[in-house]
Design a binder for this molecule. Sequence first.
Ligand code: GCU
Length: 596
Amino acid sequence: MMLAIAGVMGAQAQEVPQVTNVMNREAVSLNGEWHYIVDVQEEGYYDYRMKFTPWGFFHNAKPQRPEDLIEYDFDAAPTMQVPGDWNTQDDKLFFYEGTVWFQRSFNIASNGQSRRVLLYFGAVNYDCRVWVNGREAGHHVGGFTPFNFDVTDLLHEGKNFVIVKVDNKRSASAVPTQIFDWWNYGGITRDVMLVNVAPTYIEDYSIGLDKAAKGKKRFINVRLNLNRKEAGREVTLSIPELKLKQTFTTDAEGCVSTQLATQSSKLSLWSPETPRRYRVELTLDGETISDSIGFRTIETRGKQILLNGQPVFLKGVCLHEEKANGGGRATSAEDARTLLSWAKELGCNFVRLAHYPHNEYMVREAERMGIMVWSEIPCYWTINWKSEDTYQNAQRQLTDMIRRDKNRANVVIWSIANETPHSAERDAFLGRLARYARTQDTTRLISMAMEVTGASNYVNRLQDNMHELVDVVSFNQYVGWYRDVNDAPKMRWEIPYDKPVIVSEFGGGAKYGLHGAKNQRWTEEFQENLYRENLAMLDKIDGLSGTTPWILKDFRSPRRVLTGIQDYYNMKGLLSDKGEKKKAWYVLKEWYEGKE
Ligand code: GCU
């Protein structure tokens, strides 16, 4: 990479707000083989008194004299692929939760221009500290959202190195908390890149269709901000296919907030049937960022969900961000296409990306393929509702999830939680999050996966104080698995809210290829029957606007230990981990065909 470099002694780096649309920025990828050192007792960070040691592994030190004592050597250490998880790349780390150090070198050449360099991570699970050339670049907590540091002043011409300390230990006050039903894949799990930006650059923007139309006109809302509060800077927005091109001037805050008008007749709206996206270009000082943006509206009316003003049924399925064939974290567009093609084949126009923001490839591929998305932050089960740090952590993840994907037309629902226990603290915590989400994005629906609270005599009641703060009432239920399947025909659902209903989880386990009587657990026939009974039961729910059964494919979980059946896999997939179709797959496919 060519850039102007400082490498000034005592220079500082700083975390800067996540740059929007990093995929279309000038950047050099640092993906590839990185050296790693497993550091169970964090020897590389703490001394024997458990105090931070200034001689830590982040120095990448080498013996200068024969008698020098340096007890680590990244160059001699093994390597693994980044992005990726350590659990599936080193058998010794399959169950490992703790600290692993990563290191790689890269070359920098100067081009005499004054540019800034942002070191960008798509995600690192979970607690991540970063150093460049031995100097600290920053610290980030949270395993599923992007972050970047301005490291310009830490770089120098020639050979540079970056060191990352990753710790995926679970804790009660973390988000997610201590227990969760998926594999705690550790590592630098998403893309790493050096993003090259001008000293003043377009940091963030949101471009989307306004719900209101006027006569034959539609309006495109535009908001953007520079990384600096600079007034009077000219930014040109162009949408060539709509013959729209206009130049705006930033205000004192370095922001632009405006609308562009276009003829409705000219605009093809994004939908699963026609996932139309338009090339959009933003130019500042002759430097252009382009993006592919679809235009659509999403809203509710009573118990209906309206896409572009028309009622839509969300034919969905849940999935984890996990490759097929035991391959660990999904990291690429190709991984996304594999999983999403299966969902499409099932007849889905919607996916619930559980229980954390998935990588950007997943969301963008779904947009390209015409699949709507539910995206969620991991406020999962019993979070530490009383802790302000935990709240700030959750809110930060919500901010970053919305910031990264707010220009994706297919993202229709932000979910703030899954199966959380009722309490005043929980209501206060989630209430705050729901209200905050609306300050970040007024154009999408807010929801969360609730739980059925009262079930007696076949009457299931959904009572949740959070119903006031969500647009869509969603709940998980497991009739047939955690409750008797024979109850299904008798079940009645009381959902006293005039809002659309999504059944955000239902299903049961089966081992692909295991056959037997329909009341024999783990057989495909048991799961097939469970789906039949559930779908007939769900069809009776007033206001049902969508379903996302649990789950597209079997996935790894440390909570699933039944030898010979689960073997550390949650077996509720409609597909095996290899993508083999279980009998229930065909039951759901047929039901979705009936929902056309
Ligand atoms: C829960 C939870 C999932 C879990 C599933 C199951 O509802 O939300 O994360 O995997 O049930 O029990 O299989």
